[in-house]
Design a protein around this ligand. Sequence first.
Ligand code: S3P
Length: 432
Amino acid sequence: MGEVIKVAPAAGLKGTINIPGDKSISHRSVMLAGLADSPVTVTNFLQAADCRSTIACMQALGVTVEQDEEGQLTVTGNGFYGLSEPATVLDAGNSGTTIRLLTGLLGAQSFFTVLTGDYSLRNRPMARVITPLAKMGLQILGREQSRYAPLAIMPATEITGIEYDMPVASAQVKSAILLAALYAVSPTVIIEPMPSRDHTERMFETFGIPVLRTGNTITLNPVQKLTAPALINIPGDISSAAFWLVAASVIPNSRLTLVNVGVNPTRTGILDVLQAMGADIAVVNERWSGREPVADIIVKSAQLKGTTIGPEIIPRLIDEIPVLAVAALFAEGQTVVQGAEELRVKETDRLKAVSLELSKLGAKITETPDGLIVDGPQQLDFATCYSHHDHRMAMALAVAGLAAQGAEIAAADCVNISYPDFFAVITGLRQE
Ligand code: S3P
């Protein structure tokens, strides 16, 4: 069942937190640097299990990744055509970003690979990447009519650009197509239903690859080589900062300064929603880290009120719904989440897991086919609940416990996927 962690109620949270590196950008930095022909140093890389899966896969493909004691990476690839056939199956672990992006990248190479992952990942949908990649000429086979991993990826013959109207807003699918499109013989055009996170596009530009965006349409021309930057400094992950934004808002007597938070507009839905709920949040010291905007965020306790989180904002806060459901429990009035059916295919079915586990703490939450309904404020009890081996579930449940009567969380060690220090940070912030 994994490690059980008990979280005691907090009388307040105070302090300054350096937010760990962005998971999405960390993956992309190693993948792109691995295609370059000069070394790239990566600072504030997220040292967590998901990103280590990407490092291990890239190493198995012939890329050299050296790490110093502070976790700084130096990635040395062998050029744009320099990846080599791995000796064994590549394991993406729990990481959807690793498997989906590598499917696009490896399908464009002239060698054979097999990609797999843990139990959760082997049950997440892969047809969404295989379908557009097959239209480009990539040859990929998966378990159960190519719906699931393990995936067998055949050597590429000719890759052609496509015009693809994406049925779901997914940065992982978009990025898999863009990575394959680099190696195509003709341009690729992708139309997104709503803009998803654009870290791949920004990272491409950092490596000298022009990307054209007009409205929801992205156009990419194939390239022959990348021009690598000497240094990439990864911004902090707003999806990790989200737990502190909610915790400090709902726990009275709190004031937190979150340092180095990525505030890319395709990711800041959580700030818009919390501000609409009445949160006391100040975004200060805005600056750039390469092509990504960064800021510090000061958050203080506030009485929240309910809100509607509709389909149009979901891609900008897709990973923050579990902790926003916790915020809603402490808010006055009703909070409705709509258009969030994508949550059912994350590390676990997050709509089901959120309502099931928060109800163990005494919460009354209605699960709908595409969202949640929460009437607040509610009193919670102490209880034992279960992370479903989903890192964001474990952290959202911890915030609920901190803000109410405490909680015991089974399989809490899954926080290692994205935020290994999460529970240690709590200890340093508590006010007695
Ligand atoms: C990610 C995209 C999102 C997000 C995931 C990371 C990425 O997934 O939920 O945590 O790095 O591209 P989808 O593309 O499936 O929406």
